[in-house]
Design a protein around this ligand. Structure first.
Ligand code: FAD
Ligand code: EPU
Length: 267
């Protein structure tokens, strides 16, 4: 186990946020020790806006036995494994069910917690079982017990996803690749700059990006934080943005449109 003070700007895709005490755990014993004081759990940091002041709680990162997986996708997959590696493996093996997650830069645990996905499919649809650490021990859940919704779940209080078992359908590499190409095409309008994906949830039946665009807000800039010209729901870091600037941009949108924030705000 490693414990170090690190700038969260380096551990998040948005690239903002002050320091935190980061506990990188490798075994169940490490996890038990790390959770003895207030904590938050970090995945790949791709849905987070961390305050400039940093994080008061311990930040737990999953390594070691929590990042193991078998490239044939049988058996348990560690929550610290990157989703893009799984999507790639499934395509190679001709297994269908993860295509909707193509392009989502998450870890398995973060993708479960957020029920990440696109209209082509979500994480919850590819799960057989989820192992979760809470109240000092490991517990196994079936997906229907975890209250999955659009970009959300109801994990047990303080629960840390440690491993999952996937349920994928036999198909062929060609069919799976073709579906991935469809998902890739749907992402074409998304910017390449530093972001945490879409900042706001889509209201039922509509798109937050379309609404922000129609309100004429694209290109709005506060300091080094900008509403992307390419896609209205991407708030991007032009380089050196602060969390305060990002937060001010969110408020600017919400002053005009009643949108719910999708990003998780820490600190
Ligand atoms: P983090 O951002 O690190 O954490 C998110 C939440 O999950 C936090 O509450 C954290 O505590 C919790 N968490 C993390 N790991 C665990 C664990 N092991 N156990 C319990 N809780 C945990 N999302 C989509 O849904 N669809 C998209 O198409 C999409 N496209 C994106 C494109 C880009 C370029 C970027 C940067 C992001 C995109 N996102 C998308 C957003 C993001 O990838 C997802 O929300 C993803 O699920 C976050 O996973 P993460 O591992 O990065 O989690
Ligand atoms: N649109 C505009 N202007 C914009 C952006 C979008 O007019 O600036 C229009 C598009 O032309 C399209 C409609 O709005 O007609 C929907 O846009 P898009 O296809 O880009 O989908 P989205 O609803 O904005 C959702 C997810 C993305 C996911 C894509 C691809 C949410 C909040 N967003 O975006 O997920 O990658 O579909 O399937 O659900 C994320 O959650 O972080 C994320 C990036």
């Amino acid at each position: 186990m490693r414990v170090e003070r690190l700038p969260m700007a380096r551990l998040t895709t948005l690239g903002v946020g002050g320091e935190a005490e980061v506990w990188t755990v490798e075994t169940l014993d490490d996890l038990k020790r790390a959770t003895e004081a207030p904590y938050r759990v970090l995945g790949n940091g791709s849905n987070l806006l961390v305050a400039d002041e940093g994080v008061a709680e311990r930040v737990i990162r999953l390594g070691g036995e929590f990042a193991l997986w078998n490239p044939n996708l049988s058996g348990w997959v560690g929550a610290g494994v990157m989703v893009p590696s799984l999507v790639q493996a499934a395509a190679r093996l001709g297994l269908s069910g993860l295509e909707g997650l193509y392009g989502v830069p998450a870890q398995v645990g973060g993708a479960v917690k957020m029920n990440a996905g696109t209209r082509f499919g979500e994480m919850s649809e590819a799960l057989a079982e989820v192992e979760i650490f809470h109240d000092g021990g490991l517990h196994i859940y079936r997906p229907h017990e975890l209250g999955f919704t659009y970009r959300g779940s109801r994990l047990p209080e303080g629960g840390i996803v440690t491993r999952v078992r996937l349920e994928l359908k036999p198909s062929s590499p060609e069919v799976v690749q073709a579906r991935i190409a469809q998902v890739d095409a749907a992402r074409k309008g998304q910017p390449k700059r530093k972001s945490a994906g879409c900042a706001f949830k889509n209201p039922p039946g509509d798109s937050a990006g379309r609404l922000i665009d129609a309100a004429g807000l694209k290109g709005t800039t506060i300091g080094r934080a900008m509403i992307s010209h390419e896609h209205g729901n991407f708030l991007v870091n032009l380089g050196g943005a602060t969390a305060a600037e990002m937060y001010a941009l969110i408020k600017k949108v919400q002053a005009v449109l009643p949108l719910e924030v999708e990003w998780e705000i820490w600190g």
